[in-house]
Design a protein around this ligand. Sequence first.
Ligand code: NI
Ligand code: MN
Length: 228
Amino acid sequence: MSKLTWYGHSAFLIETETGNILLDPFLSGNPKATVKPDTIQADYILVTHGHGDHLGDAVEIAKNNQATIIAPFELATYCENKGAKAHPMHIGGAYQFPFGRVKLTQALHGSAAPSGKGFVYTGNPCGFLVTVDDKTIYFAGDTGLFYDMKLLGELEQIDVALLPIGGNFTMDATDALKAVEFLKPKLTIPMHYNTFDLIRADADAFVRNCQQRGFKARALQVNESIEV
Ligand code: NI
Ligand code: MN
């Protein structure tokens, strides 16, 4: 049994008996987050891509905690160059960590970190399948809808799907509903909405639409936790 907590936007913490796993820790500058980066205890930090609202405080938290950042190779190298410990992976690859298994999935998006007036490109963005205590969490990252989500639904028994619904930069709630039909998760939790005006979405309507199609969904409050 592990505990999943939402910090707002796409930032989550998974607490397991073998360590804490932090996902896309955008806390500083996140208008919805109330938790401070220096209070977070993490052993591993999973980062889907280099955009500021996902890489967030990952490097600082990794350094403070001697934690390892798990990310696509180019982004992992970027984090190492900033002084963090990192474990590089890439799309389609899986690795057994002390806490469980991590597999990288594709995400239809971009990946770059700000540098001066431009960017450092940080490779391809990804999503993560995280299997802890026999439960599989699919953390989609920032992505548009893609038909291979159907394949993920066939290959994996997904217990919890964390899906963006805010539109503009990612799929919206309508496309996310299609994603739920492809993935067939036991529970869907929406993310990446209402942090900024550009990504307004009605999470309650999304939850109702999932339920009407026979899929369980739940919109978490910021700092709310569930047992997984
Ligand atoms: Ni992004
Ligand atoms: Mn984003």
